[in-house]
Design a protein around this ligand. Structure first.
Ligand SMILES: *Cc1c(COP(=O)(O)O)cnc(C)c1O
Length: 386
């Protein structure tokens, strides 16, 4: 491993910009992650739960009708929507909870905004009999009452945070305070490929199962690699997981898709946010800009450090789509293939709808369907009927 990678740097991005007492907790976590990640027993246990609990491997579905309709590249869908709990998030929370168990932690904490990561965390805590505390901005607990109930149903304790603005950022601060005080017995389970080292590296490690499978599947099916892989980008975990095994394959275009109202990679500048360096959207005062997305999972002003680096080095491309394009894609995939994608995933589909027709018939386009759209149906109903 290179020295830069060791400290969690990807080019000039990443690293760890946190107070010393928190650094102690991160050093401990890094050491434990390095110790177990390649351990054969650990790997076997993870593979067991991916198979028996998550339902992996999930299919790489050929989207025949969409392909025919667009008249260009062959479109394949990696079906993370079919995982238990309905998205790629389970890949990461499962990996981290197995690590927490190895480390002897009895208690797991996490923060959540819209509640999706909180629900995924509460799920694996229920499965492994771990005490689970989810910090959530008070404002968010009101807006996402049903997800609060889901977490409680799964046995988690949801702590509403009223400090500050009662939003995600304040919940993160509370969770970090808890961690500093309790890190020998408590595991902080982070939900995306962001945060101080080792989180971006660790989350990528667990999400890489997506491209590990898709690469084998496309080779078995088509006898060659895809020409492009497309994924939506919030913090960047499903995208980095679907890119990982293609990064060293220069023939494969890697394309990340963001909402045009949270264009971190297209308009961001280098800066430090939540303890790591990345491209970040700032306002006139130099504070993280307020972003908005119709897809709650993509509403984040920063972006994982490796994506920042992939953008700067030119290895990956990042593009934006509009809400209208996303809503159209949401309906188009539903109508043509009988698959209702998450609004987040519909961003990737939206760009594919534009790209596929420009490609030759013998080209292959792979879209990561990061999650299923059941959670978004009511919202889309109101948006379409207003
Ligand atoms: C949370 C979420 C995302 C965004 O998170 P990333 O870390 O960028 O992958 C995307 N899709 C779905 C379905 C999600 O739940």
């Amino acid at each position: 491993m290179q020295e830069t990678e060791k400290k969690g740097f990807f080019g000039s991005f990443g690293g760890s910009f946190i107070p010393p007492e928190l650094q102690e907790a991160m050093d401990y976590l890094t050491e434990q992650f390095e110790r177990y990640k390649d351990d054969p027993v650990f790997r076997e246990e993870l593979a067991y739960y991916y198979r028996e609990y998550v339902g992996r491997e999930n299919p790489l579905t050929f989207a025949k009708h969409l392909t025919d309709k667009l008249g260009g590249a062959k479109i394949y869908l990696k079906r993370e929507d079919l995982n238990h709990t309905g998205s790629h998030k389970i890949n990461n929370v499962l990996g981290q909870i197995l690590l927490a168990k190895r480390m002897g932690a009895r208690r797991v904490i996490a923060e959540t905004g819209a509640g999706q990561h909180g629900v995924a965390t509460a799920t694996v805590c229920a499965m492994f009999g771990m005490e689970c505390v989810i910090y959530m901005g008070e404002e968010d607990t009101r807006r996402q009452a049903l997800n609060v109930f889901r977490m409680e149903l799964l046995g988690a304790k949801v702590v509403p945070v009223s400090k500050g603005q009662g939003r995600l950022k304040d919940a993160v601060d509370e969770a970090l305070n808890d961690l500093v005080a309790n890190y020998r017995t408590t595991f902080y389970l982070l939900g995306s490929a962001v945060g101080p080292h080792p989180f971006p590296t660790m989350v990528k490690h667990f999400q890489s199962i997506i491209s590990e499978e898709s690469k084998q599947q496309i080779l078995a099916r088509e006898g060659r690699l895809p020409d492009a892989v497309i994924a939506c980008v919030g913090g960047g975990s499903n995208a980095i997981g679907s890119f990982a095994h293609y990064i060293d394959e220069p023939s494969v275009r890697l394309i990340g898709v963001e909402p045009d109202q949270a264009p971190t990679l297209t308009e961001g500048v280098p800066g430090v946010i939540h303890g790591f360096k990345c491209l970040v959207l700032l306002d006139e005062e130099g504070e993280p800009r307020k972003t908005y997305s119709i897809a709650a999972g993509l509403d984040y002003p920063g972006i994982g450090p490796e994506h920042s680096h992939l953008k700067e080095s030119g290895r990956a491309e990042y593009v934006t789509v509009t809400n209208e394009e996303v809503l159209e894609a949401f309906q188009e995939l539903s109508r043509t293939e009988g698959i209702i994608p998450a609004l987040e995933s519909a961003h990737a589909v939206a760009y594919a709808l534009k790209l596929a027709p420009t490609m030759e018939h013998d080209r292959i386009l792979l879209i990561n369907i990061s999650g299923r759209g059941d959670k978004d149906v009511e919202q889309v109903f109101h948006m379409l009927n207003k």
